[in-house]
Design a protein around this ligand. Structure first.
Ligand code: NAD
Length: 503
């Protein structure tokens, strides 16, 4: 294991300066320096409210289980203040800001994210547990890419929807999960602002840091007050936000369970709402595929971001004739995966986001074994402090096994075999979810045949977990409704004549 020293120095009562000394040979850079506060208020109407210890909660660094910072738990009155600030900005400054000007703000945000990418990447890994290689190469660059993409649309909405007189919806309530904190924020805020809306966004309670850091960036670029408001907190704060009577749109990303609760609670209000929920993606591997490449694909599909990915390829469906060979190759490959410190550039699999999530994963694997599965896990050592789970595969499962039907949201892959193409399609579609699937084959015709029959918002072929701001993303069945990304992502934030935006 490489040597890395992280020293923390309290420079002011409210600020920690973390200086990271990358002292191993192929470190990303010799020294990185990031700053964040030990305490955060809420970001409302362009500034941070005063932090109040009696109304606060702690965020833990999952890599070591230690406290990282504290932030404010927004109560009903705080949420109301945030919505009022967003309403005032919508009626005032932002409402009279032209598409061209909005586009300039979004470009500035995108550029600033690029300039501060290293800092955001380190914070994201410390707060959420994901490997620095992923936050540095995927999360932060992609977040910037979404702002760039929607910056380009802000002054061209009339061309995106010719003859439809696109108008913003108003104040958008946005709630995001912990698995891609800054990226999910970008998926929500960039299209909303491009379309002329204002927002109140609630990050997940275990990963508020990059959203709060993002507010400092907004202050630096001079975004008008009240256009973006960030309220931190857990489920209760989320409830206050979605139940507020003066919001015009809800955009929720999170679990199917919470998504259903919100849908029920707003059923009578006819609010435009988008839901990006859970998934149980199948990775369908045919016997004509390039097997070594496919095994790399499987590793990326299920072990990327510790498997905390809604569209993870968490079910391998492999054609019978090559199943033994593939499983053998996969087991060998898994022995080379390094589970460890998220800030180490050599780490493949970082920390599980929270103790609760670690326990959920453990529970599912135990249940899988009780239901008859055979468990194989990577034998490499795990760090002794913090929340870690080894890459794991479960064989001997059936279509009705709980671990095949339910989202585990961890580095756990179930493996089933199939004989015919139609059997693979049947198995892939036979869960309550419909978010993403992957097909691995040498035959283009098979990709089109299978792809057309899979009930999922995304189908990758001979690749997996690839994201692009120009592509719509979203689910069928219990994976949600509405789309984010691409022009569909604009549609979700606009009134188009009489019924636009009503996804
Ligand atoms: P979660 O549903 O527990 O929480 C999501 C967010 O909702 C958090 O901010 C949480 O505080 C808030 N929340 C919880 N209860 C609430 C309530 N009653 N009212 C309002 N807000 C409430 O999900 P999670 O554990 O944070 O995230 C993991 C889930 O998110 C997985 O199921 C994953 O598949 C899904 N996800 C989906 C997508 C997608 O694009 N489809 C992307 C990322 C994650």
């Amino acid at each position: 294991m490489s040597e890395k020293k992280v020293s923390e120095q309290i420079t002011r009562s409210n600020q920690a300066s973390i200086s990271i000394d990358w002292s191993y040979a192929d470190a990303p850079e010799s020294t990185s320096h990031v700053r964040f506060n030990k305490h955060y208020g809420l970001f409302i109407d362009g500034s941070f409210t005063e932090y109040n210890e009696n109304q606060s909660f702690e965020s833990i660094n999952p890599a070591n289980g230690e406290s990282l910072y504290r932030c404010t738990e927004a109560n009903k009155s705080d949420v109301d203040t945030a919505v009022k600030a967003a309403r005032k900005a919508f009626k005032g400054t932002w409402g009279s800001t032209s598409g061209t000007q909005r586009s300039h703000y979004l470009y500035r945000i995108a550029r600033m994210l690029q300039e501060r990418a290293r800092e955001f990447a380190v914070l994201e890994s410390m707060d959420g547990g994901k490997p620095i290689r992923e936050s540095r190469d995927i999360d932060i660059p992609l977040a910037a890419a979404y702002f760039f993409y929607y910056a380009g649309w802000a002054d061209k909405l009339a061309y995106a929807f010719p003859g439809k007189s696109p108008q913003p919806l108003g104040v958008c309530a946005q709630i995001i999960p912990w698995n891609f904190p800054l990226l999910m924020l970008a998926w929500k805020i960039a299209p909303a602002l491009a379309c002329g809306n204002t927002v109140v966004l609630k990050p997940a309670e275990t990963t508020s840091l990059t959203a709060l850091k993002f507010c400092e960036l907004l202050q630096d670029i001079g975004l008008p007050d009240g256009v973006v408001n960030i309220v931190t907190g857990a489920a209760k704060t989320g409830e206050y936000l979605v139940q507020h009577s003066d919001i015009d749109k809800i955009a929720f990303t999170g679990s199917t369970g919470v998504g259903k609760v919100i849908q029920q609670s707003i059923a009578e209000r006819q609010l435009p709402a988008t839901f990006e929920l859970g998934g149980k993606g199948a990775f369908i591997l045919f016997d004509d595929a390039a097997l070594n490449e496919a095994v790399e694909g499987i590793v990326n599909a299920i072990f990327f971001n510790q498997g905390h990915v809604c569209c993870a390829g968490s079910r391998l469906l492999v054609q019978e004739g090559v199943a033994e060979k593939v499983i053998d190759l996969l087991k060998k490959r898994m022995q080379h995966l390094i589970v460890g410190d998220p800030l180490d550039k050599n780490t493949d699999i970082g920390a599980v986001n929270s103790k609760e999530q670690l326990e959920t994963i453990q529970r599912y694997v135990e249940l899988g074994i009780q239901e008859g599965a055979t468990c194989f896990e990577c034998s490499g050592s795990l760090p002794t402090t913090g929340y870690y789970f080894p890459p794991t595969i479960l064989t001997g499962v059936s279509q009705s096994s709980t671990v095949v039907q339910e989202e585990i949201f961890g580095p756990v892959l179930t493996i089933q075999t199939f004989r015919t193409t139609d059997e693979a399609i049947e198995k892939a579609n036979n869960t309550p979810y419909g978010l993403a699937n992957g097909i691995w084959t040498d035959k283009g015709s098979k990709i089109f045949y299978v792809g057309n029959k899979l009930k999922s918002g995304v189908v990758w072929s001979n690749t997996y977990n690839k994201f692009d701001p120009t592509s719509p993303f979203g689910g069928f069945k219990e994976s949600g409704k509405g789309r984010e990304g691409g022009i569909s992502g604009l549609h979700a934030y606009l009134k188009l004549d009489h019924n636009g935006g009503m996804y």
